[in-house]
Ligand binder design. Structure first.
Ligand SMILES: [Zn+2]
Length: 131
């Protein structure tokens, strides 16, 4: 089932959930060689669900396991391909993020990687009052 073709459907991997999704583009081998698999992941993006949340002003907190993730670069930031996602996610409004973490977040940054425990702490802080 590893048949190759000269066309491939382009996919991006979602920064937030890690799922690959179709970009709607078709990649073509210019020399028409059967060099490509059915799907080719060419980069990172946001899947439709997380794109919508980002458009709505949410920042995604993506929990990563530091034991299994690669070591961050010199600037302390983890590259998306190094992050070992635990599958736990939280969405925070940008203005709430800035208040809670006391750091600004770039307008074009859709998500941040956090260590285990951060999302629990946050949930405790922002838990809705019972009514
Ligand atoms: Zn996603």
């Amino acid at each position: 089932m590893d048949e190759k073709s000269h066309v491939s459907l382009e996919q991006h991997a979602c920064l937030v959930c890690g799922v690959s999704f179709d970009t709607g583009s078709i990649l073509l081998d210019k020399r028409l060689r059967a060099s490509m698999k059915r799907y080719t992941v060419t980069g990172w993006g946001l899947c439709p669900e997380h794109q919508k949340l980002s458009d709505d002003g949410f920042v995604a907190l993506v929990e990563c396991d530091p034991q299994r993730s690669g070591s961050p670069a010199g600037n302390g930031k983890l590259k998306p391909e190094q992050a070992y996602r635990t599958g736990r996610l939280a969405q925070l409004k940008r203005e709430v993020f800035a208040q809670v973490f006391n750091v600004p977040i770039a307008a074009d940054q859709p998500c941040v990687f956090v260590e285990p425990g951060v999302i629990e702490q946050l949930a405790a802080m922002v838990a809705p009052a019972e009514d």
